[in-house]
Design a binder for this molecule. Sequence first.
Ligand code: AMP
Ligand code: MG
Length: 360
Amino acid sequence: MASAATQSSSHRRSGNGGDLIVLGIESTAHTFGVGIVSSKEPYILADARRQYKPKSGGILPREVAAFFSSVAGEVLAEALAQAGLTVRDVDGIAVALGPGMGPALRVGATVARALASRYRKPLVPVNHAVAHIEVARFVTGLRDPVAVYVAGGNTSILSYSEGRYRVFGETLDIALGNLLDTFAREVGIAPPYVSGGKHAVDKCAEGGDYIDGLPYVVKGQDVSYSGLLTAALRMARSGARLSDVCYTLREIAFSSIVEVGERCMAHTGRDSVVLTGGVAANKVLASKVALMAESRGARHGTVPPRLAGDNGVMIALTGALALAHGVTIGVEEAVIRQRWRVDRVDVPWYPATLKDLSSG
Ligand code: AMP
Ligand code: MG
């Protein structure tokens, strides 16, 4: 992402005695997060966030934006207090400019622009999907993996090639998290209560058996979940045992994305796979990915639940990599990109992770 404001030096050094400190802001969907990272241990200096929870139904972008505006100041203050730093101490301000919901993105972008201009700090644009992959590479230590990225609004299989992350396969319609959340809500096991690695659908699936009649759809490299959702809802409403429907829905949804992930590994010759995004918190899915990898003699890793869902840390750590490679933009260029595709973003730092920055 070269730009007029891209720094001339390709490797930026910090003013913090060699370690690079970056503050990152996340506001693409339901979470307003501020993270602060350093290129030296302990790496993660702060992780503050607030999540918008709708009273009922789905999330309304304008309500999210109002919520974000009301908590932005306190989340920022909390992150700085955790790190024991002021904004003056950081080397750059990173912000997730997309993809995501416009009104929500605008809050993060506004805060980032204000901080960058008030404190004269470089502003670093971060793609949210790239950040989910970078946090996975950072925490698992798997430097060149296939990434299974599954979240509330995204489901894709990615791997690096020629300067960018490429989408090997993705959902043709709704995302995996959305499938689980919508089903749970519609059959009344909502709010899609998740805890201890379990979704409401997992709780409901306990004691369930596999039943016939739900569609398993993989088209080429892609999965499709909307037919599965419709069929599962119809089955649940026509008197089938709910535990069986939940069990089968989960089995089909998880197996199909793991199938595409495996095909990507075979096709690209990669010998490792990482699971990332909010649904990576799911223990059943993580074990399916692990089984697939082990059957191929490949390594695998999963982002821990705390960093699996949206957070500011992943934006900060991706921002640190980008800043170290001179990727910055002027305040006037920092506009939101609601449909910013991951394969449009150069990742010149690859395969470095945050842990490599201070040794350079
Ligand atoms: P994200 O969009 O990355 O913040 O992730 C949010 C999504 O992750 C929502 O759809 C949640 O239902 C989903 N999620 C969170 N924890 C779990 C879990 N343990 N199992 C399945 N899905 C989960
Ligand atoms: Mg996300």
